[in-house]
Design a protein around this ligand. Structure first.
Ligand SMILES: Cc1ncc(C[n+]2csc(CCOP(=O)(O)OP(=O)(O)O)c2C)c(N)n1
Ligand code: SF4
Length: 272
């Protein structure tokens, strides 16, 4: 981020941040703040809601209004904020563990309600903060501290889940593709209804170390190679698809959001 963006959004004296060298969370935060600046999201009109985890620490560094909530429940708190004051921009930051593992139920229902929030889920394929345990997005066969010989479970596709549950906007980016990521965030933050931006990101300390990517740059090269456009992905044959994932915009709809529906029903009940 530029010096000016940093000064505008980061708390004085917050550096150095707690994240390990090579962690993708700083790049994600920088892109989010660039999107905030371009959209004029300010301390007056924006609330950042986080859960618990390395990514969930982000609100500690920001001058925006923030709510640091419990692990897995950030979307429930955010729903309350938005339902109470629909004028606020509510942005919810969660890791894959927070957002779709322990918090899977809240995630499904926030998307189903199509409540006007933007969820930015950083998917580093494991629980970073607590020592690299497997989460619901850990790829099958991958090694983590709780699947030392390989993960016997299948991984969850966060974007497909959001789409199936009814989200208006769904996109996936990576920290390698920073410019595109900022633009996807900007679009998601501008849309009404539930928006999900999944950010595939390196955790070299745990996921990388356990999966032959000890050096951060190896993880970035992995994102560069495996994150492909819809068109490129469609050209791959089935066995080739293994490990590749689509990046870019996946869903963009305009179904009425929760607050709009609520106001319609309230007006009907009041006889107006
Ligand atoms: C109810 C509850 N269960 C478990 C924990 C312990 N815990 C804190 S952070 C965390 C993992 C966070 O992983 P993730 O959400 O993927 O974010 P990351 O640290 O990878 O950024 C866990 C299990 C907790 N704080 N509260
Ligand atoms: S443990 Fe992983 S997710 Fe947490 S700060 Fe370190 S690299 Fe980032």
């Amino acid at each position: 981020m530029t010096h000016a963006t940093g000064l505008k959004y980061l708390k004085n004296g917050c550096l150095p941040l707690m994240w390990c060298p090579g962690c993708g969370h700083g790049i994600t935060l920088g892109n989010m703040l660039r999107a905030f600046e371009e959209l004029d999201f300010t301390n007056e009109n924006t609330v950042v809601v986080t859960g618990i985890g390395c990514w969930g620490k982000s609100d500690d560094y920001l001058v925006t209004n923030a709510l640091h909530t419990t692990h897995g429940r950030a979307l429930a708190f955010a729903t309350g904020v938005k339902a109470y004051n629909p004028k606020l921009n509510v942005v919810v930051l969660m890791g894959d563990g927070d957002g779709v593992t322990i918090g899977g139920n809240h995630f499904i229902h926030a998307a189903r309600r199509n409540i006007d929030l933007t969820a930015i889920i950083v998917n580093n394929y494991n629980y970073g903060m607590t020592g690299g345990q497997a989460s619901a997005t850990t790829p099958s066969d991958s090694r983590t501290s709780t699947t030392v010989y390989g993960n016997p479970e299948r991984e969850l596709d966060v974007c497909a889940l959001a789409e199936a549950a009814g989200a208006n906007y769904v996109a996936r980016g990576t920290v390698y593709h920073g410019w595109d990521l900022k633009n996807l965030m900007k679009e998601g933050l501008s849309r009404k209804g539930f928006s999900l931006i999944e950010v595939v990101s390196p955790c070299p300390t745990h996921f990388g170390r356990n999966n032959n990517m000890k050096v951060a740059v190896k993880m970035l090269n992995w994102l560069k190679e495996k994150g492909v456009t819809k068109e490129k992905y469609a050209q791959l044959t089935d066995p080739q698809k293994d490990g590749y994932f689509v990046i870019g915009k996946l869903v963009d709809k305009d179904a009425p959001d929760f607050n709009t529906r609520y106001e319609e029903i309230r007006a009907r009940a009041m006889g107006s």
